[in-house]
Design a protein around this ligand. Structure first.
Ligand code: IPD
Length: 286
C-alpha cells in the first residue's frame, strides 16, 4: 500500500482538479447567461470580467483548502501583482477563463485550465472546454483523455495535408501584427489545408492532442494558457518546442505544439520571432 502511494502521489490532487474544473466551468456557463461586465488589462483588447476573477477565487480557494502548503500561479492574481515564479514546490498554474474575449462575445469556446507542477515538471493538466462540455485531462505517463476517451495526435507528416492553428494574441503594435500575419501568410502558402484559431490556447492544444489539427503555435501566450495543454499534447503523443526549435520553456511565452517533429520543424522555418517579456521576468519597481 505504502509503495502504491509512492508510485502515484498526486492522484488525489488530479481527481480534485477535475472536480474543481467542472465546478468552475458550470459557474462560467451560468455567468454567460447574464450580463457580462468587461474591464481591460494590458491593452484595450486584453479583456477581463468579474467572472474571471470570481472563478479564479473559487478554484484557488477550493484547492488551498485541500493543499494549504502548495503554491499558486493564477492569471488574475498575477494581473493584480502576485509573483509568477515557478519553484520546485508543488505549484498549481491556473487560467480560470481561457478565451475571455470569446466569453464576452458569446463565441462558443471557453476553457478552464488547471495544471500542476512539482520540481518545475508538469505532473498533470486539466482543460475543461465548458461550453462544449468536454473534459480534457492528462497525467504524466498515463495518457490523455477527453471525457474518458483516449486521445491520440494525428499521424500526418506531410505539411501540405495539415491544419495549423495560431492566434493573434492581445498585442496590437503594428510591428508585431505585421510579423504575425507574415508568418501566417507564409504557412498558408506552403500550402497547408487550412489555418484556424479557437480563441483559447488551452483548447487549441487539446485540438492538437485529439488529432483535429496538426499544430498550434503562438508568441505572447502565458504559462497559465498552455501549462495544462502541454501535458495533454505530450500524453497524446505530440511534442512541444520553442519557436526557434529549442526546448519548450513554459515561462518563455512562446511555443509550438505539434503532432510530430516533422510538422513542428516545418512550421518553425516560417515563424517570424518577435520579443515577449518572460512570465517570470522580475517586475521593475518604479
Ligand atoms: C488568451 C487566449 C488566446 C491567446 C491569448 C491568451 P485569456 O487567454 O488563450 O487564445 O491568443 O494569447 O492571452 O486572456 O483569454 O485567458
Amino acid at each position: 500500500m505504502a509503495q502504491q502511494m509512492e508510485e502515484d502521489p498526486w492522484q488525489k490532487a488530479y481527481d480534485i482538479a477535475v472536480q474543481v474544473a467542472k465546478t468552475a466551468g458550470e459557474e462560467i456557463r451560468k455567468a454567460g447567461e447574464s450580463e457580462i461586465r468587461v474591464m481591460t488589462k494590458s491593452s484595450t483588447v486584453d479583456l477581463v470580467t468579474k467572472t474571471d476573477e470570481r472563478v479564479e477565487k473559487i478554484i484557488i480557494g477550493s484547492l488551498k483548502k485541500e493543499f494549504p502548503s502548495h503554491c499558486f500561479i493564477g492569471e488574475e492574481s498575477v494581473a493584480k501583482g502576485e509573483a509568477c515564479v515557478l519553484t520546485d514546490k508543488p505549484t498549481w498554474i491556473i487560467d480560470p477563463v481561457d478565451g475571455t474575449t470569446n466569453f464576452v462575445h458569446g463565441f462558443p469556446f471557453v476553457a478552464v485550465s488547471i495544471a500542476f507542477a512539482v520540481n518545475k515538471e508538469l505532473e498533470f493538466g486539466v482543460v475543461y472546454s465548458c461550453l462544449e462540455d468536454k473534459m480534457y485531462k492528462a497525467r504524466k505517463g498515463k495518457g490523455a483523455y477527453c471525457n474518458d476517451e483516449l486521445l491520440q495526435v494525428s499521424d500526418v507528416k506531410d505539411i501540405n495535408k495539415s491544419i495549423i492553428i495560431s492566434e493573434h494574441g492581445t498585442d496590437r503594435s503594428p510591428e508585431k501584427v505585421t510579423k504575425i500575419f507574415s508568418t501566417m501568410k507564409k504557412i498558408l502558402c506552403i500550402p497547408v489545408h487550412g489555418l484556424r484559431g479557437s480563441g483559447t490556447a488551452a483548447t487549441n492544444m487539446c485540438l492538437v492532442a485529439s488529432g483535429a489539427v496538426e499544430a498550434f503555435f503562438e508568441i505572447g501566450i502565458h504559462c497559465w494558457d498552455i501549462a495544462a495543454g502541454a501535458v495533454i499534447v505530450q500524453e497524446a503523443g505530440g511534442i512541444l518546442l520553442d519557436v526557434d526549435g529549442g526546448p519548450f520553456d513554459l515561462m518563455s511565452r512562446r511555443m509550438v505544439s505539434a503532432n510530430n517533429d516533422i510538422i513542428a520543424k516545418r512550421i518553425i522555418k516560417e515563424i517570424e520571432i518577435f520579443p515577449a517579456v518572460r512570465d517570470d521576468e522580475p517586475v521593475q519597481k518604479q
